[in-house]
Design a protein around this ligand. Structure first.
Ligand code: IPM
Ligand code: MG
Length: 368
């Protein structure tokens, strides 16, 4: 097979600084594991708007469609808050998701033992937590038509539309069931079938896919509000959660905080297989651009590094190498190394973004 290709879109805020550490890890795999990548770079978000007047150029969009995987840092920042909706940094990311048709967004919430005390929940509620939220990413209220702000009589009305087709629900349900088979074999589907027709259809279709194609996987359903409550009460009851775009946005932020820091969590957004059998894919940290700490060496590169681990696993079929990288991260955390987002314990060793990168590289070397 030819050298796998990666497009790096570091984006705004802390995106470039955390991505710099990922670049070193990518180079390490080329040098030490005979796993070279053909890396190209581009702009997305506010930096693309500054350079080209658009948060994503057609050329970059086309490149994203060609490569084996896209790695994205973060988009957005206060400088862009007042831009028109159509050119806001976030539109660049939404365009990538939509045009690449990345319908299954995998957001693991895993609590590293060394960090269990950082959670706002009690240690025994979160220690050992390992759940996966599968969020539908290309439809629902984020993209439904009609949308907009219209004039009605003497006032304005803001409109968005929640809309799901059966096939959109089917394909993301299959992604969730497939993942569950490789994990704890349980899926919990969340919607609000008590108030929304789209929720009624969602529940019916997920149940049908479960009954007909995955009878071996345990399936349950929950209203999304109750699901949010259960996530905070006893999150370890879950294995895979499958839900729509908006509920998934909210539930995954809540799940993220169970683990102590948003600076730890990776994500994968996957679409249909390409000709070479690899899924269309984009990997990004769950955290945002954190403009308040940009350029100070305070950012935690781990979420972005673990996103690359997900790329190794889901795009390049290198589960062993992904394990190696995840173990290296676990090792440095167990050794007490902490970026600014994780300070506060006795005996912790404060490190900068690049020192965290150094330590993970050293742990990788030690793994050989
Ligand atoms: C996320 C973010 C995005 C979303 C924004 C940046 C468009 O919150 O990936 O969760 O709402 O999907
Ligand atoms: Mg979000």
């Amino acid at each position: 097979m030819s050298t796998p290709s990666l497009l790096i879109l570091a984006g705004d805020g802390i995106g470039p600084e955390v991505m710099a550490e990922v670049r070193r890890i990518i180079d390490w795999y080329g040098a030490k594991r005979d796993l070279p990548f053909d890396v190209s770079e581009g702009l997305v978000g506010g930096c693309s708007y500054d350079a080209h007047g658009t948060p994503l150029t057609d050329e970059t969009m086309a490149r994203a469609q060609e490569v084996d995987a896209v790695l994205l840092g973060a988009v957005g920042g206060p400088a862009y808050d007042n831009l028109d909706f159509s050119v806001k940094p976030e539109r660049g990311l939404l365009r990538l998701r939509k045009e690449m048709d990345l319908y299954a967004n995998l957001r693991p919430a895993q609590c590293f033992d060394a960090l269990a005390d950082f959670s706002s929940l009690k240690r025994d509620v979160v220690a050992g937590l390992d759940i996966m939220i599968v969020r539908e990413l290309t439809s629902g209220i984020y993209f439904g038509e009609p949308r907009g702000i219209i004039q009605e009589g003497n006032e304005r009305v803001g409109i968005n539309t929640q809309r799901y087709t059966e096939s959109e629900i089917e394909r993301v349900a299959r992604s969730a069931f497939e993942l569950a088979r490789r994990r704890g074999n349980k899926v919990c589907s969340m919607e609000k079938a008590n108030v929304m027709e789209s929720g009624v259809l969602w529940r019916e279709v997920v149940q049908k896919i479960g009954d007909t194609e995955y009878p071996d996987v345990e399936l349950s359903h929950m209203y999304a509000d109750a699901g949010a409550m259960q996530l905070c009460r006893w999150p370890k009851q879950f294995d895979v959660i499958v839900t729509d775009n908006l509920f998934g946005d909210l539930l995954s932020d809540a799940a993220a905080m169970l683990t102590g820091s948003l600076g730890m969590l990776p994500s994968a957004s996957l679409g249909a297989p390409m000709e070479n059998g690899r899924p269309k894919a984009l990997y990004e940290p769950v955290h945002g651009s954190a403009p308040d700490i940009t350029g100070q060496g305070k950012a935690n590169p781990i979420a972005c590094i673990l996103s690359f681990a997900m790329a190794l696993r889901y795009s390049f079929d290198k589960g062993n190498e992904a394990d190696r990288l995840e173990k290296a991260v676990e090792k440095v955390l167990a050794d007490g190394l902490r970026t600014a987002d994780l300070l506060g314990e006795d005996g912790a060793t404060p490190v900068t973004t690049s020192e965290m990168g150094d330590a993970i590289l050293a742990a990788l070397d030690a793994s050989l």
